[in-house]
Structure formats: structure tokens, C-alpha cells
Design a protein around this ligand. Sequence first.
Ligand SMILES: Cc1ncc(COP(=O)(O)O)c(C=O)c1O
Length: 348
Amino acid sequence: MPFARDVKPISLQEGGTPLVPSSGIGKGLGLQELYIKNEGQNPTGSFKDRGMTVAVTKASQRGARTLVCASTGNTSASLAAYAARGGLEAVVIVPSGKVAAGKLVQATVHGARILRVKGNFDEALGLVLEVVRENPALYLMNSINPYRIEGQKTLAYEVFEQLGGRVPDYVVLPVGNAGNISAIWKGFLELKSWRISDRLPRMVGVQAAEAAPIAEAYEKKRDHVKPWGDARTVASAIRIGKPASWKKALRAIRDSGGLSMTVTDREILQAVDELASKEGLFVEAASATPVAALKHLRRTLGPRATIVCVATGNGLKDQESVKVDLERTPELSGGPDLLKALRDSTPG
Ligand SMILES: Cc1ncc(COP(=O)(O)O)c(C=O)c1O
């Protein structure tokens, strides 16, 4: 990491997340070596913590006091926690009514100042860039901040280690503002340039069908991304029409021989359900897009490929999207009721 040896990082012991071999989904699709990298086990429940530790440490070293970001939710939660840890102030700008409540609760309990703006994430980010430009006392913490990327690239190192010194054939992940795909690709490029590994994975960037500017540019073989004015999807973390790091993302996808594709909201919610019911992993909607994509990709990938799907965030903070109706669970009045209910639900 880009610090002198004597610097004590502002850390919550992020990273080191499990690389879980698939038990049910891989078998069902005829994929023999499928893994889920469970980033929801980071301290604030998403991969953002890997980069936030580095960026907040760097900001603190530079004497910054007030850290600012625009966010679809997870960045705000992560920034709030690391700022609290480092004794710094956090201000988060979110698109009003478009962020999962659990993420805003996190940012609030960690003491961040939350400002809601009318409009979407792209407009919120535009505003943040404007105020940061005009006010040098504010320190930008979105993934355009290169120190975020330095931290996030460690996922590549970790996967390599967890596979016993192997590079997977494919890394499949959701793409929103496109910082993470750029970061993970950088990590794998570094391993190869240091001759620790001798190959590279193909990067597969998955977007929601109605929030897919990068997948569109890939499919139409364009060398630039046209912003989408009205990005819509149940996966609020990747509801982004104007991805800031589009250039790096397109490069990662093309240079790696990978691809970009879309999945529908229906497929995303089905994948959330499958991950929960077949693998025991509760991930948020955005994080289920790679598994949703596997159904379309399995022939392209082949049965023997080593595939890592990055489950970017924990489902507990985005409960709105799964719409569980707890009122429908039976309420029992006593022991006899319980015995009857158990008898009725016991097979055979
Ligand atoms: C859970 C989750 N998955 C994926 C992404 C997309 O990451 P990126 O914006 O780096 O493409 C985000 C970003 O907010 C996220 O919170």
C-alpha cells in the first residue's frame, strides 16, 4: 500500500473474505469449479472497505478533516465507519429515495452527515465534484480517488492466494461506476508484471438491463460510453447511467478478452433467491448479477473453467428489494398449535 512503513493504517481489519466453493448453483449449471468471493463479510458489509481504509488513511496523513462522497449507499456506510475510526468528519450526498435504508442507517449511526439531493446518483456525483473543486477543504472519497483503487485491487491478490497460487479463468462482477472492475484488473496485472503469476483472468462486467451504458458500448463495439439519462433497476447499488471510470472498465474487459453483458431485474432477484436458498449466502441485488449472468454464459465459459463471482455486498442492508412478507408466517397461540404446524410441515 502507498504508505511509509511507520504509518499506522486506519483499519477495521477489512479483506480476508471467504472464497466459498459453490455447492448448489455450480452443479445445477454444469460448472465444476465455481466460487463466490463473499465481500459482504467485510466490516461494513461490502467490498468498499478494502479501498476506504487506504483512502481514509491517506486523507488523514494529508491533514484532511472533512471527507465527502456521493453514493448509491455502500460507499456512504463505509466512509462513515472509517471516518469515525480515524476521528474525521464524513459528509455523504445520496440521491433522495434511491438508497437502501439499511445503508443510510449505517452511515447515520457512524455519525456521517447525510445530505439528500433530488435526482439520481450521476447528478449527486456531479454536484460533489463541483463543490470539491471549489472548496479545497473537502476531500473527495469516490472511487475516482486513486487510493480507493489501490485498496480494492487486493481482492485479486487474495483470490490468487486462496486458489493456491492460481489465477481463475473468469472473474465475474457487477459494474456500476466501474471502479471495482478497474481495481481488480489492476491487481491481476500487477501479479503478472511481478512474475508472481503467469496469466490473467478474463473480466466479465455485468450490468442491469436498464442501467447498462458499459454493456451497450461493449456490444456495439464503441470505444466510448454514452451516458444513460434514466438508469433504472432494482439493484440500487449499480443504478448508474454515467460511470466515472468507464474508460478503465472498457480497457479491463477488452484487454482481458472478457465481455460485458446485462441481466434483467427478474433474473437478478431470482439469483438473490438462489444464492440464499442453495448456497446459504444472502447478498444484495447488485451482488447477485454475476450469478444471474452465469445462466447465459455457461456455454461460453465451459464446464471446467475456474470462475469467481464477486458477491460485492451483504443482503442484510438491502431488505427492501427482496420484499419478504413476514405477515404471512403463521403466528401460533400455544403448544398444540405448534405440534400441529410441525406435523403439517414435516415431509412424509
Ligand atoms: C454492492 C455493490 N456492488 C457493486 C457496485 C459497483 O461497483 P463499482 O461502482 O465500482 O462498479 C457497488 C457500488 O456502489 C456496490 O455497492
